[in-house]
Write a protein that binds this ligand. Structure first.
Ligand SMILES: [Zn+2]
Length: 718
């Protein structure tokens, strides 16, 4: 091949490779396989080796190149890279809006007025390293860190290793630019800047949680030091003097701002909104966050924040809040900059996930099955927006793992609705007055013996008549997921126990208004209500009934499963049918199962099988069931319920429904024989997508799972 032909081929290859990069990184729609793309890159490399003088800095082969640097050069930013002010509550956000309205001093009130409301653009606030990318004549000429905001470091060579950053800007088609609202004149200006001018983009270089995990797994195997967290890893990678090491870290980069000549608020600028800035960035070949959203008022922006705060776990990268930006660029100059940051942007932070506090004491709680659980009593502290004064320590092993002593300062963590947990002890803060945590030798509630079963970490009170255990069992029987009886809170149950009126669950059904009236807390009305509430739940669905019995290892799901097997709906070889409502028939049906039969039931493991078997072969338990029957309690087998139109169908729910709660929707599905799963797989039959569906929707689409909306779901289940 002669040089002119090689040059033509080289140029075409570079263009093709860039096209595929854009499709893969920016549009998230790969056009060809990785192998095919690698093959094109190989050909390019070979040609460049043959004609070294045809190598240009913007060639995809030049992403990783050059010898390690001695140090980074300092570079001055064209305009300061500002910090943001933080908000922590909806009130903070409203105050911010009020301050802006005062400055804008509009003739008509801006907020709550529909037409005149301030519009916003809400963006996820990535936790990485802020970078500036400068393009001369459409080619990347400088990549810099934020530094002190005025000047940063020249990390061009390292940023080039990030595939999400274009080395050459894309020249959008005129139609694409018109579609996002650019005028004829603006299009002309943009083309001129691309051909012969300067453009600057700013964004965040990040490491995804997935890459972070993969790298740490690898480093662990190699015995290398581990990366502390994704943010740290991203920052550290960019400040590597050897760009080959940066390349290995597989960083990502999202753009959130465009500078010159996109001047905000006039002076030759040609964009009207911040949303357009993002759209244009995407057309120029940058990656932008697809979660970002136009919000027609502050309420919507606050909702965006709340949604993502609750869905942090779904995000592929670390994120510590939402940046809310005044969308109308013409207002930016009016609002201006105060101190360190612009007035037209606000970082609305997510509630802190971690906080430090002191473990004042450890108490041992006795559970329904007799398990003793250590609970740390803490100096109250606010974490993730909630004041926390207790945290479970799970068991002795966990206490040992943490190395925890009473009096220690600890790091507490709370994620979403999850129960707070102690994740780390800070031993350097010890005073010497800390004391060891000792395992109790007797039950703290009844004084009975405590044992640790072989192979189990849990300590148990083995006293069959333990007051604390009984209290829990009674509470479990009336709880929401079991019998769901109103008016039987822990205090009332304790009172009934102390008065000798209730010893076991069978006694609830003997309570009369006359029994209750003399008691404190009871008046005629409340006594009547309670007796009625108990009587109302005398007939109970089999699944709830089994769950309420509190058999070891039998949770809500397995109780339901067992009731299905018994009712002959489940796809199991040994399913038996019971249609009777009598508890004695239910016992007969269960006891037809041998231990081997139980183990063969699908989805029931050997431990659960053994537990069921033992429970139904215990004379004490059988006597209790007999007592329940004698006192008028009956079970409703699934066979006596609705037609099983959804039998065998697996549903996954995502987003919020308007007419039903999650639990109600689940109940509906189960009532009709369907199953609910928490994650989408190829076995999923339907994804019910409510408002603001999460990543499950994307996954369902990818797997070809049928997606239905709330309306369709209601039709299906009515
Ligand atoms: Zn006890």
């Amino acid at each position: 091949m002669n040089k002119p032909t090689a040059k033509k081929r080289l140029d075409k290859l570079k263009q093709e490779i860039e096209k595929y990069r854009y499709a893969y990184h920016v549009l998230d729609k790969p056009l060809i396989s990785d192998a095919a793309l690698d093959s094109l890159k190989n050909e390019l490399e070979k040609l460049e080796r043959q004609f070294p003088d045809l190598v240009t800095p913007d060639s995809p082969t030049q992403r990783v190149a050059g010898a390690p640097l001695n140090k980074f050069k300092k570079v001055r930013h064209s305009a300061p890279m500002m910090s943001l002010y933080d908000a922590f509550s909806p009130d903070d956000m409203q105050d911010w809006e009020k301050r802006m309205e005062k400055i804008l001093n509009p003739p008509t009130p801006l907020s709550k007025g529909g037409e005149g409301e301030l519009n916003y653009y809400a963006e996820l606030k990535m936790d990485g390293l802020a970078v500036a990318l400068v393009y001369g004549n459409g080619k990347l000429v400088l990549g810099a860190t934020r530094g002190d905001g005025e000047a940063g470091e020249d990390v061009t060579q390292n940023l080039k290793t990030i595939e999400a950053i274009p080395l050459v800007l894309r020249r959008p088609a005129e139609a694409e630019l018109k579609k996002i609202g650019l005028t004829d004149e603006s299009v002309k200006k943009l083309y001129a800047a691309l051909a012969n001018g300067r453009l600057e983009a700013r964004g965040e270089a990040i490491m995804s949680n997935k890459v972070f995990k993969e790298l740490n797994d690898k480093y662990k195997k190699l015995g290398k030091p581990l990366l502390a967290n994704p943010r740290n890893a991203a920052a550290g990678s960019i400040r590597q003097l050897d760009s080959k090491l940066t390349a290995e870290r597989r960083l990502d980069c999202h753009i959130y701002s465009l500078l010159t000549p996109f001047n905000k608020g006039g002076q030759g600028g040609f964009l009207q909104t911040h949303e357009q800035e993002h759209e244009l960035a995407k057309l120029l070949g940058f990656k932008v966050l697809k979660q970002n959203k136009f919000c027609k008022n502050l309420d919507e922006a606050v909702r965006f924040h709340d949604y993502w705060e609750g869905h942090r776990a779904l995000m592929p990268f670390e994120c510590d809040g939402v940046v809310v930006v005044v969308n109308d660029l013409s207002l930016w100059t009016k609002l201006g900059v105060v101190g360190k940051g612009p007035r037209y942007m606000m970082a609305y932070k997510f509630a802190a996930e971690q906080a430090t506090t002191i473990v004042e004491n450890v108490i041992w709680q006795v559970g329904r099955t007799g398990v003793l659980t250590p609970i740390a009593k803490l100096t109250p502290v606010k974490v993730y927006g909630v004041t926390v004064s207790h945290a479970t320590l799970h068991n002795l092993d966990e206490i040992k793992r943490l190395g925890l002593k009473i009096g220690d300062t600890v790091i507490l963590e709370r994620a979403g609705d999850v129960i707070p947990k102690v994740v780390q002890v800070l031993p350097k803060l010890r005073t010497g007055a800390e004391t060891e945590i000792k395992a109790p030798k007797i039950c703290p509630r009844c004084g009975g013996a405590v044992e640790q079963a072989a192979g189990e970490v849990a300590l148990r009170c083995v006293n069959k008549n333990c007051y604390a255990i009984n209290l829990r069992r009674l509470g479990h029987w009336v709880s929401k997921s079991a019998l769901d009886i109103d008016g039987l809170g822990p205090k009332i149950i304790e009172q009934l126990m102390k008065e000798g009126l209730v010893r076991d669950i069978g006694d609830f059904y003997k309570l009369t208004v006359e029994n209750l009236l003399p008691l404190e807390r009871f008046a005629a009305k409340s006594a009547e209500n309670l007796v009625a509430a108990i009587s109302e739940k005398k007939e109970i669905e089999l699944g709830r009934f089994i769950y309420g019995l509190g058999i070891l290892h039998i949770g809500e799901e397995s109780a339901l499963l067992l009731s299905k097997k018994l009712s002959g709906f489940a796809r199991s070889g040994v399913a038996r049918e019971i249609r009777s409502k009598k508890i004695s028939d239910f016992i007969l049906a269960v006891n037809k199962w041998t231990l081997e039969d139980l183990e063969k039931l699908s989805d029931i493991g050997p431990i659960v099988a053994k537990s069921i078997y033992d429970w139904f072969h215990d004379q004490h338990n059988l006597a209790l069931l007999e007592k329940l029957e004698k006192n008028g309690v009956a079970v409703i087998p699934l066979a006596g319920q609705k037609e099983q139109t959804l039998a065998g169908k697996i549903f996954v729910l995502t987003g919020s429904l308007e007419q039903l709660t999650r639990d109600q929707a689940k109940a509906k599905i189960r009532e009709l024989g369907g199953d609910v799963s928490s994650s989408v797989s190829k076995n999923t039959d339907y994804l019910v997508a409510g408002v603001e569906p999460g990543s499950k929707l994307d996954k369902a689409k990818k797997l070809g799972v049928k997606v239905i909306d709330e309306e369709e779901f209601m039709k299906m289940t009515s």
